[in-house]
Design a binder for this molecule. Sequence first.
Ligand code: NAD
Length: 479
Amino acid sequence: MLSPPFTMTINGAGVAGAESFEIENPATASVFAAAPDCTYEELDLAVESARDAFEPWKCLPFEERRKLIQTFAEKLSQEAENLSELLTKEQGKTIADSITDIMAGAWWLGETTQYELTEVISEESDERVVVTTREPIGVVAGIVPWNYPVMIAMFKVAPALLAGNTMILKPSPTTPLTTLRIGELAREIFPPGVLNVISGSDRLGPLLTAHPGIDKISFTGSTQTGRRVMKGAASSLKSLTLELGGNDPCIVMPDVDIEALAPGLFWAAFTNAGQVCIAVKRLYIHKDIYEEMKMAISNYAKTVIVGNGAEQGTQVGPVQNKMQFNRVLSLIKDCHDHGYEFLLGGDTDFENDANGYFIPISILDNPPETARIVQEEQFGPVLPLMKFSSVDDVIGTINSGDLGLGASVWSNDIEQANDIANRLNVGTVWVNEGQHLSPHASFGGWKQSGLGSEGGQSGLDSYTVPKTLFKAKLAEKGE
Ligand code: NAD
């Protein structure tokens, strides 16, 4: 077991908590640490401290809040290497990917501080000035998934604190440790109560969502949980940002350079063992190049090393937790039950998870559109390749789905590729690239992939409420 114990950050102090739960290393399926299992009483303390800290933090000059967030960004990037080993141990990703996760979080914090709270003057006359300002909402709960524990947390911390809100940050029950350590860094920088970090087992999410002392929830996770969060938040009509699941399609046109593109397409799908919300989750390849492209992708996939992320040379780590491991296995089994062909992988005879939650890279050869592996978000190292002949039909299929997070299009005919991109009903479309996020661009899902967005000015604004002042220019005359 790792020591010293991990502590929550509540009101600027370390809290070991009355209860704890175990944390596994997905590469070994063995417990290596314990984290505090936040009780309702401890949650209450965190909410109370965030409420007490709200007025002073909101009233701090914007420039001072900005500087403290920049200091936090610097501290986080300085600690990236130190924290990467822990992140790999709890999450499974390679050390290089852990450093990227943490550095991306630090970068997001820093870049977000370029934005300001805007003011709009809608009238300036002899009688009055009408001005709409953006005010912080209050106490924000940030609820984070396990795939990018640090980066996604900072997507929320940066705009929430810059706008003048205080916060309670809750990492996933399977990856809380690095975030708890980051809470320790925050204690040195922010006034007590401004950024609380709490960890807990499955019971904590619903408690947080329904807590009457919280004004906004910024949630990233599955669509299914997103629905529960919305229900939980309804009791006190909390403001919501929901960043939910995706089933991102990728369209590959016949004029691409097959050999050159195959590795890029592979990594667009399999980075972080496919556990990326904007990973390519179904790959539509034009029929004229289908056979050649499927061979190029599977030949490249055979060279990729799957293993413990802590070991040098590993390129793809395990699936992050047992529940997700079982879910991905059930999708693979469903493919076997229906007789779909695998080009690579597809094994299920390693079900003894004693050696970690590893699933070999698995690629399917043209399963039907109705297959579960095509219809559902796999969030794991399994990818269906599909043959298409009509672009209009593929666009129609994509647009008829329930999810609309991201999509990508590859072609050397830029005009055609951009036209396809314009016709796709999703939050983000990449042309000739993939999985590119920017702190300066809006990122959010359409349909059941989410509500609201993060990033850029609109991301900052989503942590505020508009307040309109009708300021008089003339003294009141009376009768
Ligand atoms: P999840 O929905 O199971 O859990 C996410 C978080 O919600 C965790 O912290 C969990 O403890 C908490 N939670 C669970 N039940 C809750 C409840 N009833 N009320 C409040 N909180 C609750 O998701 P996951 O398995 O951790 O992550 C994978 C999913 O996240 C995938 O669907 C993926 O596409 C999605 N995701 C989306 C984005 C995005 O930006 N759109 C980014 C990353 C991941």
